[in-house]
Design a protein around this ligand. Structure first.
Ligand code: MIG
Length: 652
């Protein structure tokens, strides 16, 4: 049972799909201080807080402050409070578990025992919010109820579960051809290659750089014949350039975000001066969405939406102010104060909070200042695409995932977790992030495997491919200037091949469990404590349940040749060295030190459960379901219900 309470007068976010009546009484268990716009609730010593979707830190969110303010911040350090998403759903597991959804586009601060170790403070800017409260016997049921409230999760085409190779950037079609042939030569399966911003003509959305990607349609076809889908990036900012149709149409129809005086906001991103489509305006949303047709017509079947927090390098107005300000420092002796002020003037130019107050949206006949609805921007960009795909491709699923998000967007696309680094700590973070994303409906998600920023190492790359082997989005992506991460560039190519082969062998299970979770509004990745109730599991943050049959316990430390694993019940451990070479061992409930070599992958099968294993495949289409084997533990193969479909027909 979900109850809805309201404070103030919240802006409609369309995060939910069911319109519940607003309760008359006040919100139980929280004290509300209208003056400081803060809600407060005590937490017992044992209370655990789960959720908040894409954030930093642990599965248990206690001990830190998280701020819902979608931010383009590539430094995912422990002291950060915001990433790219606002997913304000959490469960407080105290005497009994209670789920809360904080439906507001406002920037909200969730101080979960940071200021006061025993208190949960929620601080608002405006105190305009719909609060949905759900009580049920278990955390699993609470999540399921919530997912009914927000609607079914986005379902990608099945090929999107294959291995994806990405890099900022592959600069030419030949570079992509070369990459694909190297994967072929090494016999490493692959389903997609991602095109980052350089495939465009000078970073103009929906254009092609004809010089480096000549005869693009033929190229898309040629790759598809090799079983490879090209997935281009789309950025939120539209280049200001006379003669560029997207820009000109946007200006003519008034579809870009405007300043107070009604003129278009000019901001800069990759193309230099750019304008932002007003994704909150229904007509603009439809217009921009229809542009994806240009690439769909070229044979493209998937996209990733980037820079949609939105990221702003600078606004033209602020840049002018900056030049005026620094002028004052010319010829001066920059002492300790003035030097840091000077540095700040220039250094704080990008994603400056003041810039988010300079422009407005046209939302359902009202003009709303951007900072009030900032968290809805990326969501509505992806909604614009998702709605368009339903019109333009009514029968066939299209791959879509976004960097910025808000609950509600989970109906239109997945997410990737943005610019992580090739750090072991980020490998661990990527494990911890998955259950919270799943709670919020973001099932099709994953991190940049191997790490985006900084130089990866061969062992980190391998461990990351192993740790993420069940991530629905399985993409290796890295930044410009960093060490190459294509798998054939490493010395032990054979080990990489074995791991990716295993990924494909798991796809029948991954897809089956993903689809069940998507269709039933459940979680695909779960913390152990959502299933087991002994006290130990409450503290386990580096092991996860994946679907109904298995538990994973990845190795995430450099030079480690094994790790401790806690088994909440007897399980069967399967240690894979390759698809053909594996052994099985029954382990009893309790603690075990498990050896896991760099080239090995361990999976734990729960009693009464079954893990289907597919044969060697070149790509997802090539998986021969008639050759599936079933690994069982105290179960028969027939106990497992394997979901499958054509992987392409649109379901929702
Ligand atoms: O400011 O398009 O998170 O995946 O490679 C960098 C270039 C812009 C950020 C994305 C990253 C992508 C990169 N983009």
């Amino acid at each position: 049972m979900i109850k809805r309470y309201r404070l103030g007068n919240p802006i409609k976010t369309y995060a939910t799909v069911i319109d519940l009546p607003v309760e008359k009484e006040t919100l139980p268990d929280w004290t509300i201080d209208k003056e400081s716009k803060t809600l407060k609730r005590t937490l017992s010593k044992e209370a655990i807080v789960y959720g908040l979707g894409e954030t930093l830190r642990g599965i248990n969110k206690r001990g830190w402050t998280y701020v819902s303010f979608n931010s383009d911040d590539s430094q995912h350090m422990e002291d950060k409070k915001s990433l790219y998403a606002a997913q304000n759903y959490f469960i407080i597991d105290d005497e009994k578990p209670v789920g809360y959804y904080w439906d507001t586009p406002e920037s909200v601060e969730f101080d979960i025992g940071r200021t006061d170790i025993d208190v949960f403070f929620i601080k608002h800017q405006e105190l305009d919010v719909d609060i949905y409260v759900c009580e049920a016997a278990t955390k699993k049921e609470i999540v399921k109820e919530f997912r009914k409230l927000i609607g079914l999760s986005y379902i990608p085409p099945k090929w999107a579960f294959g291995y994806g190779q990405s890099r900022w950037s592959y600069f030419t079609a030949d570079e992509v051809r070369d990459l694909v042939s190297k994967y072929e030569e090494q016999d490493i399966p692959i389903d997609s290659v991602y095109l980052d911003i350089d495939y465009m003509d000078r970073y103009k959305d929906f254009t092609i750089n004809e010089k480096d990607f000549p005869n693009f349609n033929d190229f898309v076809k040629e790759m598809k014949e090799k079983g490879v889908h090209l997935v281009p990036i789309i950025d939120a900012g539209v280049k200001v350039e006379d003669g560029y149709d997207v820009y000109e149409e946007g200006v003519k129809n008034g579809f870009f975000c405007k300043k107070e005086d009604g003129s278009n906001l000019v901001a800069a991103v990759w193309p230099g001066r750019a304008m932002f489509p007003d994704f909150l305006n229904e007509e603009a949303r439809k217009w921009f969405g229809d542009k994806y047709k240009i690439l769909l017509d070229a044979g493209i079947e998937g996209f990733w939406n980037d820079m949609n927090e939105p990221a702003i390098f600078y606004t033209e107005d602020h840049l002018k102010e900056v030049f005026e300000e620094i002028e004052k420092y010319k010829g001066k002796n920059l002492d300790i104060d003035s030097f840091f002020k000077f540095k700040g003037i220039v250094g704080d130019i990008d994603n400056n909070p003041e810039d988010f107050k300079r422009f407005f949206h046209e939302f359902e006949g009202k003009k709303i200042r951007h900072d009030k609805v900032h968290n809805l921007f990326g969501y509505n960009m992806t909604k614009s695409a998702g709605e368009a795909f339903k019109r333009l491709s009514p029968d066939k699923r299209i791959l879509m995932f976004s960097r910025s998000s808000f609950i509600g967007m989970h109906r239109y696309g997945g997410i990737w977790t943005g610019d992580n680094k090739s750090w072991w700590s980020h490998l661990l973070l990527s494990i911890k992030q998955m259950p919270a994303l799943n709670m919020c409906g973001f099932l099709y998600s994953g991190c940049d495997l191997g790490g985006f920023g900084a130089d990866t190492t061969e062992d980190l790359m391998l461990r990351w491919l192993e740790a993420g082997i069940f991530n629905p989005l399985y993409r290796n992506h890295s930044a410009m200037g960093t060490r190459r991460q294509e798998l054939y560039t490493f010395k032990r190519v054979e080990d990489f091949k074995n791991i990716v082969d295993l990924r494909y062998a798991f796809i029948p299970y991954i897809y089956s469990e993903f689809m069940k979770a998507a269709l039933n509004g459940e979680m695909y990745f779960m913390p152990l404590s959502f299933e087991y109730s002994d006290e130990r599991v409450n503290e386990i943050e580096d092991q996860l349940l994946v679907g109904e049959s298995i538990m994973i316990a990845p190795v995430y430390e450099q030079n480690a040749t094994g790790r401790y694993v806690y088994l909440p019940e007897d399980m069967k451990m399967v240690r894979f060295r390759s698809l053909e070479d594996y052994d099985e061992e029954e382990l009893t409930k309790g603690d075990h030190y498990v050896k896991v070599g760099l080239n090995e992958l361990v999976v734990f099968i729960r009693p009464g459960h079954v893990l289907p294993i597919g044969p060697k495949a070149k790509n997802v289409d090539d998986i021969d379901y008639s050759k599936i084997k079933y690994l069982t533990y105290k179960a028969n193969a027939s106990d497992y219900e394997l979901y499958n479909d054509d992987g392409l027909t649109r379901i929702q």
